[in-house]
Design a protein around this ligand. Sequence first.
Ligand code: NAD
Length: 322
Amino acid sequence: MKTALVLGAGGFIGNHLVTRLKTDGAWVRGVDLKFPEFSETLADDFVIGDLRQPDFCDRVIDRRFDEIYQLAADMGGAGYIFTGEHDANIMHNSATINLNIADRAHKRNNKRIFYSSSACMYPAYNQEDPANPNCKEHSAYPAAPDSEYGWEKLFSERLFLAYNRNHAMNNRVARYHNIFGPEGTWQGGKEKAPAAVCRKVAEAADNGEIEVWGDGTQTRSFLFIDECIEGTIRLMQSEFEGPVNIGSDEMVSINQLVDTVADIAGKHLHKNHVPGPIGVRGRNSDNNLIAEKLGWRPSQPLVKGLEKTYAWIERQVRKNKS
Ligand code: NAD
């Protein structure tokens, strides 16, 4: 039976990944500071603890696993990453986790770690035109991410690839682009744009108002969780180490995102544009490399994932009110 270790298994993507690995028949150990918030984990073994502590990493990496998925990070949406208030924690916490994991995994003779980097590592200078961002994998250098979160991701993807070169490991690096779906953070300041928009639309009265950060012409693409998990598993099983984008290439403006969610909800809403952290002007996944290397690329239309996500968030909003 395949054995897998999922670090960050109490988080949004980690919990979905555990479910998929269990469905595929693996034995799974999950590790996180917390249990998943919205559903019971299916992991065979789940250990609560802090991966910044080397001793704790020794305890959970107590054998050779067939696969290790390293998703644990100090993480959030624009309201967390781009305000500058959390920069020291983001860099210290995530880099410490990654340094511990690479070292401990190697010393237990583990060979294959999947690392979730982020599109936030791409240079800001290639993302100034909302209609024409460049996020090809090889455009990463000269490096100029627009957040410390992005710099840490860039450092850590290099770290895992250095272990491939110097310690004969087969680590895999993906650059996720805005993953969304049911059971993602939807309130509290760490939520990302699709969840925040779904929540605001669910809370708004028909013909009411919705606050949008910036002028709403900034562009992004959003990938539904099921496709993120599919790409992750495919990369892990492939012979390609990456880095490779795992994202959607259906680019929309934030205004379009709001309109689509309002349509799903059947509401007419007036957009009130307010100042807020918005990040780069444009970003889109370039999927040529993943198509070439894995013979696969995400293809589900954005609206399909938004329908499922809106239905889930609308239920959370109703539960919270009652
Ligand atoms: P998440 O915040 O839901 O999950 C991360 C998990 O890591 C959390 O459950 C958190 O408790 C855990 N964690 C943090 N510090 C820890 C510590 N010291 N010890 C143990 N666990 C700790 O985020 P997510 O959306 O599931 O993201 C998973 C990974 O994918 C992260 O590395 C993130 O940077 C990356 N990523 C996500 C997106 C996205 O759109 N969600 C985009 C790009 C990259």
